[in-house]
Design a protein around this ligand. Structure first.
Ligand code: 0RA
Length: 656
């Protein structure tokens, strides 16, 4: 949220006592992208985040401990908290109710809550009015000082003054909004997406209950006298999150399917400077694995690209481990120090920092730039982690052993890789014979289809637009990359083909600028094997080519499941439900088990033609989920694997 005060537009209200400038909401409707990023699904879901964040900030201030988010019919969303309630008294500056000012003007948030009430998070924080501006309908309901106060809005404009409509012993705020379809092409919310975001938030604010309900299916929901809908005991999909342990619980959750190598989860939460709102919180635990999972947050915003807090964390982690290992003679005198990468192997860590001033940088504004954060994390985490190592010698010993192993493996891998490279395994290697490359040399317009098997490969090759579309068929299972190291991976012909086709190299020499295709499209069959290969590929990409996912270069093709012939008309459908809907009266329904069953025209028309096809862009969350599933399927945790297979068996389409 840009702070008001930079530009004095017409209609702004000034006050001598503060430099806050209040503006109307027209700029938000004119340029929604400036306030919420996009008007696509990301922006739509951002509306929920904006409203939720205000309630969550109230909880972080210690004034609320219960938030409920309900999806309602007509794409409405309601967010309830049991905080102090937005003030409804007349605001000095504007001569109208504070509630109205908060909901109908672009304002600086702290102003109304007193100094330090809010930690601002860039885009987040004072978004109530932004959401209101982008909603065809919005209602604010406040319970405080014994009364219930209500105001309704339409596209950010109030319908009438704030009214007292009843009395109440409760306190809190209820915001209901309905996104404006003239702003958002698609106003349908994803329950799953909201649940995933809010689960994470529940970990970040310990002791806060967050409930999410999907009441879209039950027609009108009475919003008369009730506060929390869940107390009606409605039979609707719902989730409720509450984590006493905060980040510690998140580390436990992340490690659920892995084997921790030491018992105690490290945890620290501490003020980092003079200001009581500037807090560093870190939890970590090592598991028996080689990849690392670092989840960094700044003001509760997930910073996927890392930044200064992560840099500070890595520095302190490596330094503490080296110091401890030397002091206790756990590494050979002649041995080198651990590197940052050694210390990260098998590590699950969550880093959360709260700052007064927060700056984001990077391609997707998901990288923390605030310089002070580095020193804050190094100081707080470094001290606490060194103390932990001293106090918990068993945990310390296990960690050091693990890091020593990583150091040795790194050296062995480097030796192996050097020798592989000397033999010219990757560098200067020619494009794989299996690859049917495209004619274009411009990566921006080029696409690589990774298809399953030679037969589908042949069809795709015939059906493609050879100017911009390249085909790489994969045969069989690529490789169990779990636990396999880089040097071993490079010996797999399939992986080598992929890496060389990408053009980026892998590991230390990875360079995204050399990528040969800006669309990498995974096209596997709609059966169990296809799903397995897709999981493998996503896991590979997640672990070794993560920047390609971050940059939005990875996609999944969506071939149809059925071809339905109704007289002369041919319909392709993508699900069983669609088949049932469209199949009535059809004489002829063909199920496609694999891409190879289509002829080249059909494949082009349904799956490859850029004008007609549906592609699903792979998000980091998708890939992370694949990675988790992969661990369950391939890892050593047999009970989890069993229960996963049992609970998913009915979803699998059996090929009989
Ligand atoms: C400003 C001042 C006070 C509360 C809030 C804002 C507030 C805003 C939201 C938005 C959603 N839920 C909220 N809860 C509270 C408190 C002023 C006081 O009572 O001292």
């Amino acid at each position: 949220m840009p702070k008001a005060g930079k530009s004095a537009k017409k209609g702004s209200v000034y006050s001598a006592e503060s430099i806050t400038v209040l503006e109307g909401l027209e700029p938000v409707r004119k340029r929604p992208g400036m306030y919420i990023g996009t008007t696509g699904p990301d922006g739509l879901h951002h509306l929920v985040t904006e409203i939720f964040d205000n309630s969550r900030d109230e909880a972080m201030g210690g004034f609320a401990d219960d938030i409920e988010i309900t999806l309602l019919p007509n794409n409405r969303v309601r967010v309830i908290d049991n905080g102090r309630g937005i003030p409804v008294d007349i605001h000095k500056q504007t001569k109208v109710s504070a509630l109205e000012t908060i909901m109908t003007t672009l304002h600086a948030g702290g102003k109304f809550g007193g100094e330090g009430y809010k930690i601002s998070g860039g885009l987040h924080g004072v978004g109530g009015s932004v959401v209101n501006a982008l909603s065809i309908y919005c209602k604010a309901e406040v319970h405080r000082d014994g009364g219930v106060y209500v105001q309704e809005y339409n596209q950010g404009k109030r319908k009438s003054a704030v009214k007292k409509v009843g009395s109440s012993k409760l306190h809190g705020t209820i915001i209901t909004f309905q996104p404006d379809p003239s702003i958002f092409p698609d106003t349908n919310f994803s329950f799953e997406r909201i649940v995933n975001h809010l689960r994470q938030q529940a970990y970040l604010v310990k002791g806060l209950r967050i409930s999410v309900l999907d009441a879209r299916e039950i027609g009108k929901v009475d919003d008369g006298n009730i506060f929390y809908i869940r107390e009606l005991g409605l039979n609707v999909p719902s989730m409720s999150f509450y984590f006493e342990g905060g980040l510690m619980s998140l580390v436990k959750f992340e490690n659920e399917h892995s084997k921790p190598i030491h018992k105690n989860i490290f945890y620290v939460e501490k003020q980092a400077g003079e200001n009581e709102y500037e807090i560093v919180e870190v939890a970590l635990q090592y598991v028996d694995d080689i990849s690392s999972r670092i989840l960094p947050f700044a003001n509760n915003i997930y910073t996927a690209e890392g930044g200064t807090h992560v840099t500070g964390f890595k520095t302190a982690l490596t330094r503490s481990l080296n110091t401890y290992a030397r002091k206790n003679n756990l590494i050979n005198e002649k041995e080198d120090n651990f590197t940052g990468d050694d210390a990260l192997e098998g590590l699950t860590a969550v880093i959360s920092i709260k700052l007064r001033d927060i700056q984001f940088e990077g391609q997707t504004k998901a990288k923390l730039g605030t310089v002070e954060a580095q020193g804050m994390v190094t100081a707080v985490f470094g001290d606490a982690f060194s103390a932990f190592l001293e106090e918990k010698p068993d945990d310390a010993r296990a960690m050091i052993q693990k890091v020593v192993l990583a150091l040795k493996a790194r050296k062995a891998a480097k030796a192996a890789k050097d020798s592989v490279l000397r033999k010219g395994a990757l560098e200067g290697m020619t494009l794989p014979g299996k690859l049917a490359d495209c004619q274009s040399h411009s990566a921006e317009e080029s696409e690589l289809f990774i298809v399953e098997g030679d037969s589908a490969g042949g069809t795709a090759k015939m059906g493609r637009d050879r100017r911009i579309q390249a085909i790489l068929p994969l045969r069989g299972k690529i490789l169990n990359i779990e636990r396999a190291r880089l040097d071993r991976m490079l010996t797999s012909e399939q992986i080598k083909n992929l890496v060389v086709a990408f053009g980026t190299a892998i590991g230390d020499t990875f360079d995204i600028a050399k990528l040969r295709y800006h669309k990498i499209i995974i096209a596997t069959d709609a059966d169990v094997d296809g799903a397995h290969i897709r999981t493998l590929l996503l896991t590979l990409l997640y672990r070794f080519f993560r920047p390609l996912i971050d940059a939005g270069y990875v996609y999944i093709a969506q071939p149809p499941l059925y071809k339905i012939k109704k007289g002369k008309e041919i319909i392709y459908v993508y699900s069983d439900e669609e088949r049932d809907k469209n199949g009535a009266g059809a004489t002829d329904i063909q199920r496609y088990k694999g891409l190879g069953e289509m002829n080249s025209d059909e494949l082009w028309e349904t799956t490859m033609d850029p004008m007609k096809r549906i592609l699903k862009q792979v998000t980091v969350e998708d890939a992370r989920e694949a990675d988790r599933i992969f661990d369950i399927l391939m890892g050593t945790d047999v009970p989890s694997r069993k229960s996963f297979i049992q609970s998913n068996a009915k979803k699998a389409v059996l090929d009989l």
